[in-house]
Design a protein around this ligand. Structure first.
Ligand code: NAD
Length: 300
């Protein structure tokens, strides 16, 4: 079997198109522009790249982008004061504090200071609780993107066996909650799981979110299974020249694609969906804040 490639780049462009269309509709009907505030503390190079592309795509879909770049030694009090201002600002519908924060800042405290209704990353403890109890919440962007691709591929996920490898708060746990919400039978595997290959072989859906290059080989995959590879790992690529690198996922793509029914590539799979879902969440937050209907096809 050769797997269908789930093209996250194309899917993300489609999601951004839907967001842009609905943003234009809100502007025309109500004169309201959804706004996303992104807060970056310090000069972490990867974070700077993420923040730049988030800002660019926010503007591309017609939303307002507010960027707040703070010095690495910003005090917790100053950061909390900024969050309080953004919470109170009616032009800001979504707030994202780029992680990781410098070591002197308490990430939990900072994230939990964001108004849960504006918490477009879905990391606030209230949103975690709402998701866990199956109530309307802001859903973390990466798992939301994975869910959208799975629903588009399968239609109904009801009754399917799903294995999520990784139990982080930002990917593994919310992914498992979403799959449970769609009536999958869910197993969360992690670094202490006994006989991981056998656990993975039972799965109709495998979501790998570990951060270990190509650790899931094709012979762990049940024939016909759908594989969502969240991992982003940079490895040496001497074939491209001295000192060059390339990105790979947590799944050994070639051997898995020979067995799976469908698979996301890295790059071009889950990654592009994450920012698209951030924009979708900002639109959702704007609609909820104003009591308008939820945007169609863009929520969990
Ligand atoms: P994390 O380090 O917080 O969690 C990794 C998880 O993997 C842990 O729960 C751990 O128990 C588990 N694990 C570690 N070794 C294992 C092993 N040998 N067998 C089974 N499980 C093992 O990582 P994270 O933040 O969840 O990210 C995971 C990966 O996803 C990383 O590569 C990260 O870069 C990527 N990521 C991608 C996106 C995206 O937009 N595509 C977003 C977030 C994270």
């Amino acid at each position: 079997m050769t797997a269908e490639i789930i093209d996250g780049k194309a899917f993300a462009a489609e999601v951004r198109g839907k967001v842009a269309e609905q943003v234009a509709g809100l502007k025309a009907a109500h004169g309201v522009t959804p706004g996303l505030a992104v807060v970056l503390v310090g000069e972490d190079p990867a974070s700077q790249v993420y923040v730049r592309s988030k800002g660019k795509m926010t503007v591309e879909v017609g939303m307002a982008s507010f960027e707040h770049r703070l010095d690495a030694d910003t005090s917790e009090a100053d950061l909390l004061a900024l969050i309080a201002r953004l919470n109170a600002d009616p032009e800001v519908h979504g707030i994202l504090v780029q992680l990781p924060l410098p070591g002197h800042l308490n990430e939990d405290l900072v994230i939990n200071a964001i108004d849960p209704a504006k918490d477009v990353d879905g990391f606030h403890i209230s949103n975690v609780g709402l998701l866990g109890t199956g109530q309307k919440s802001m859903v973390p962007c990466t798992p939301l993107g994975c869910l959208m691709m799975l629903r588009a591929h399968h239609g109904s996920l009801s009754g399917l066996d799903a294995v999520v490898i990784g139990r982080s708060n930002i990917v593994g746990k919310p992914m498992a909650q979403l799959l449970l919400g769609d009536s999958c039978t869910v197993t969360i595997a992690h670094s202490r799981t006994k006989d991981l290959p056998e656990v993975v072989r039972r799965a109709d859906i495998v979501v790998a979110a570990v951060g270990r290059p190509e650790m899931v080989p094709g012979d762990w995959i049940k024939p016909g299974a759908t594989v969502i590879d969240v991992g982003i790992n940079r490895i040496p690529a001497p074939e491209k020249g001295a000192g060059k690198t390339r990105l790979v996922g947590d799944v050994a793509f070639d051997s898995a694609a020979a067995v799976a029914g469908a698979i996301t590539p890295v790059p071009g799979g889950v990654g592009p969906m994450t920012i698209a879902c951030l924009l979708a969440n900002t639109l959702t937050a704007c609609c909820r804040a104003n009591g308008w209907p939820e945007p169609e096809g863009l929520t969990a």
